[in-house]
Structures are given as structure tokens and as C-alpha cells.
Ligand binder design. Structure first.
Ligand SMILES: Cc1cc2nc3c(=O)[nH]c(=O)nc-3n(C[C@H](O)[C@H](O)[C@H](O)COP(=O)(O)O)c2cc1C
Length: 246
């Protein structure tokens, strides 16, 4: 019988999973890729709708094209980010750096493909009276769950992975490149490979700051200024994590 994982082993996996932003070029065995994707397949989804499909990309030419799209997107994002004072900008966009995006150096990139039509698995009522997050939110949550498990599975194999958000400004180009039908979407790309550096442990808020007993403790409610200060602090604490590029 398989050995039961302890909660401490599980927490250690969860705590030590890191977003990786620089990879070694060494290939990953196909068997591992299949196991990683199998973890994604077992993600929770609203009414078990399973909106996900995965494209496994290894071809360098395809990855190079993806990087070209991404770099154009990075340029646009940087211009908008520049409208904010420097201290509050997303750390990866304080300056327009020339780092090679992880999408290029990773031996494998998984394109997370989503099918919103699977939302029909859920109750119709949600189409008239949406739940938290608005219309279509369960689809995004479902895709996020699969992405999370894929990153976690990669970590369990000693691999690094990155959640690379795809934006409407380059999603269509990406879909055309990867031959993805109009009805489907690519919300996220996940480069996976052996980490080429030790990612610093990012800051997390303490449990006692987050947990409320029985009712929300309004004395701990953060006002606008608290959030602003939190963001300033967060930027300082996470700057190093982004030093490898996106
Ligand atoms: C919805 C979502 C979008 C994200 N988009 C990006 C991204 O585009 N680029 C990136 O480098 N990391 C991205 N991340 C990763 C986060 O930056 C990362 O999880 C966070 O900084 C905490 O670091 P950790 O993953 O090492 O714990 C994303 C994560 C989530 C959940």
C-alpha cells in the first residue's frame, strides 16, 4: 500500500513550491510531464465541468514566437505601469529590463487551454444571479485550480514552474500560433523545468493576521491607507523574487 503523506510533508511541499523565473535547458522526461498534467486533470471544478485542456510545447521555434508576443506585451505593460509612482509599480516593471523571459529558457511550456462552454455543467441560476466574481467566474477558478496543481506537482518532482498570465493583448496571436479554436481560451502559460537558481522564499502574511474566529474582527479591518502601506511593503519584500525577469 502506498505510504500515507503526513500533513507536515504536504505543508512542506506547499511551502517550498516557488515560482521559478529561470530554468536550466535540461529536458524533462515525458513520463514526468504526463504525471504533472495528470495532477491538473484531478483539479476541482464547479459541477465537475473540467474546462481544461493542455498543450505541451517543446519546440524552440514555437517558444521563440511566444516570447516575441510576450515581449511586445511587456512593453505595453511597462508603459502603463510607468503611470504609477515607482515605489508602487509591480516589481517586474519598475524598469524595462532585458531579462530573457522564463518562457524561452524552460524546456517545456504548458499552454492552459480553457473551454468556457463547460460552465453549462453548473446550475442555470448562476447565469441569472451570478455568484462571487460575477459571470464566468467559476470558469476562471476552475482553470486556476488546475494551474495550481500543475505547479505543485512540478514542485514535488524538484522542478520549477511559473504561472505566466496571458493577456487579451497577445492571447489571439498565441491562439493562432497554437491552432487553438476560437471558442477556447488560453488564460495562462506554465513554463516548467529545472530551476537555474534558488528562488527566495516570498513573504506571506501571518496566519494570525488572516484568521478570524466565528465572526470577522473589524478591529483588524485594513483601511485604504493600510492597504497602500501593505503594497509598499510587499513591493520591497517581493522585489528579489522578480529579479530573474517576468
Ligand atoms: C493569478 C496569478 C497570476 C500570476 N501571474 C504571473 C505572471 O504573469 N508572471 C509571473 O512571473 N508570476 C505570476 N504569478 C505568480 C505570482 O507572482 C507568485 O505566485 C507570487 O509572487 C508568490 O510567489 P510564489 O509562487 O513563489 O510563492 C501569478 C500567480 C497567480 C495566482
Amino acid at each position: 500500500m502506498a505510504k500515507k503523506m503526513t500533513i507536515d510533508e504536504f505543508l512542506s511541499l506547499v511551502r517550498n513550491r516557488r515560482s521559478c523565473r529561470k530554468f536550466k535547458p535540461d529536458p524533462i522526461p515525458d513520463e514526468w510531464i504526463n504525471k504533472i498534467l495528470d495532477a491538473g486533470r484531478w483539479a476541482m471544478s464547479g459541477a465537475n465541468g473540467q474546462p481544461w485542456e493542455f498543450i505541451v510545447i517543446k519546440d524552440q521555434k514555437t517558444k521563440d514566437s511566444i516570447v516575441d508576443f510576450y515581449l511586445q506585451h511587456r512593453q505595453r505593460t511597462y508603459q502603463v505601469e510607468r503611470t504609477r509612482i515607482e515605489e508602487i509599480r509591480q516589481p517586474a516593471f519598475r524598469v524595462l529590463h532585458n531579462e530573457i523571459p522564463p518562457l524561452k529558457s524552460a524546456p517545456v511550456v504548458i499552454a492552459m487551454v480553457g473551454d468556457r462552454r463547460t460552465l453549462q455543467a453548473s446550475v442555470l441560476y448562476g447565469n441569472f444571479v451570478p455568484g462571487e466574481g460575477g459571470f464566468g467566474a467559476p470558469y476562471h477558478k476552475n482553470m486556476a485550480n488546475a494551474t495550481q496543481l500543475i505547479c505543485l506537482a512540478a514542485a514535488s518532482l524538484g522542478l520549477g514552474a511559473q504561472w505566466a498570465s496571458v493577456n487579451a493583448s497577445w492571447e489571439e496571436s498565441l491562439k493562432a500560433l497554437l491552432n487553438v479554436p476560437q471558442e477556447l481560451a488560453i488564460p495562462t502559460l506554465v513554463p516548467i523545468g529545472y530551476p537555474d537558481y534558488k528562488a527566495p522564499a516570498p513573504y506571506r502574511r501571518k496566519l494570525k493576521e488572516l484568521v478570524h474566529n466565528e465572526k470577522y474582527d473589524s478591529s483588524r479591518f485594513r483601511n485604504g491607507e493600510d492597504i497602500y502601506n501593505f503594497l509598499l511593503d510587499l513591493r520591497e519584500r517581493t522585489r528579489e523574487s522578480y529579479s530573474k525577469g517576468v
